[in-house]
Ligand binder design. Structure first.
Ligand code: DSN
Length: 415
């Protein structure tokens, strides 16, 4: 895509758009929740569907002029059903949080009880954090990871469920590097007659490709986002059985949202189509292999990983054992200076603040899209370790910057 037309009318924004393209091309995106979509998805997202008001669902809109919106949304739904094997899919949520909101509105009343993983242990704001509508609308209790292993404490979850008696148990996480045992959480939910929402926002693509066990058909509701390990552009998605279809659809529209962002739904349709190609499975497998290579490299350099490694697309480094005086924010800033973009993250048993926590989170979905394999990810592990060891050393930052430049030249992104 070129920004020539924007440049004619709005040079300020054209400069910012070109700058962002350059930034993505010339740095390595290792934020575990980010990826790079194809030019086809970008084009669909920039289409005239942004002008269309399609309140309602295909064939049942509140406005005229929805003939192509109907076609696009129906195709997105059918492709999603094929990818994840769900009976019912809603592709309208604007984000993963909006998808979760749709589920809560569908089955909870204000004051009902949510049991979810603590944010500092890998959970998400929309699972009941006090600063989020969920923490303000519902009563929330949290489970944790086992402090020794870093794995979900399934037994603790079960015991908390029995004492707290939740209306819904939320599984699926934002900073959890291990495979999730959906069945065990489902058993806990059934034991206390609660719904089970599996939020697979981070691993939507891994699940679609069969690289991570699927909660579809296990949990009552599965939500996801469409821009992390699947490259379908920014947005959310809800999957459920037919019995919950009407409640979910009404909760999304008119319950939580107005008109759908049909240009984004078009991006989802195109991205889902790309994910149905057999090459997507190879991409997902490589994403996990790359995360494991990254984990191996970091461990070999003496860094401590929550849970000791990874089964998915991300690693979570706890800086405290190896570098007790270095914070996640310092490392994030030094790495960004060198062209490696990831985020500071809380770790289980966090002793600092969420804004300046003790860990860093790194993911491989975007690197894998660029064509990285395990050897390049091992090299990135070395670069991260170099910076962690000397975040204030300008010679180290300069040397890492040179090596990042070589990698971005070798693994090219957008033209
Ligand atoms: N903020 C996203 C993440 O980085 O995990 C989740 O919504």
């Amino acid at each position: 895509m070129s920004y020539e037309t924007v440049r004619e009318t709005d040079p300020t924004i054209a400069d910012a758009l070109a700058g962002e393209r350059r930034r993505q091309n010339e740095t390595l995106a290792m934020i575990a929740s980010e990826n790079h979509v194809s030019e086809a998805v970008l084009e669909a997202q920039g289409s005239e569907l942004t002008n269309n008001y399609a309140e309602g669902y295909p064939g049942e809109r509140y406005y005229g002029g929805c003939v192509y919106a109907d076609e696009v949304e129906s195709v997105a739904i059918e492709r999603a059903k094929e990818l994840w094997g769900a009976e019912h899919v809603n592709v309208q949520p604007h984000s993963g949080t909006q998808a979760n909101m749709g589920v809560y509105l569908a089955v909870l009343e204000p004051g009902d009880r949510i049991l979810s993983l603590d944010l500092t242990h890998g959970g998400h704001l929309s699972h009941g954090h006090p600063a989020n509508f969920t923490g303000q609308t519902y009563e929330v209790e949290q489970y944790e990871v086992d402090p020794e292993t870093g794995y979900i404490d399934y037994q603790g979850l079960r015991e908390t469920a029995e004492s707290f008696d939740p209306d819904i148990i939320v599984s699926g996480y934002s900073a959890y590097p291990r495979e999730v045992e959906w069945e065990r959480i489902q058993e806990a939910a059934e034991a206390v007659d609660a719904y089970h929402l599996a939020d697979i926002a981070h691993i939507t693509g891994l699940v679609a490709a069969g690289v991570h066990e699927s909660p579809v058909g296990v949990a009552d509701f599965v939500t996801g986002s469409t821009h992390k390990t699947i490259r379908a552009g920014r947005g959310g998605i809800i999957m459920c059985d037919e019995e919950h279809a009407d409640a979910v659809d009404s909760a999304v529209f008119p319950g939580a949202q107005g008109g759908p962002a049909m240009h984004n739904v078009a991006g989802k349709a195109v991205g889902f189509g790309e994910a149905l190609d057999p090459t997507f499975e190879t991409y997902a497998e490589q994403t996990v292999a790359n995360a494991q290579a990254l984990a191996d490299g970091l461990r070999e350099r003496g860094l401590s990983l929550v849970s000791g490694g990874t089964d998915n697309h991300l690693v979570l480094v706890d800086l405290r054992p190896s570098h007790p005086d270095t914070t996640g924010k310092e490392v994030e800033a030094a790495l960004e200076e060198a062209g490696l973009v990831l985020n500071a993250n809380t770790v289980p048993g966090e002793t600092r603040s969420p804004f300046n926590p003790s860990g860093i989170r790194a993911g491989t979905p975007a690197l894998t899209t660029r064509g990285f394999g395990e050897a390049a990810c091992r090299e990135v592990a070395d670069l991260i370790a170099d910076v962690v060891e000397a975040p204030d050393d300008e010679h180290v930052i300069a040397s890492v910057t040179d090596r990042v430049d070589t990698l971005t030249d070798e693994f090219r992104l957008y033209d």
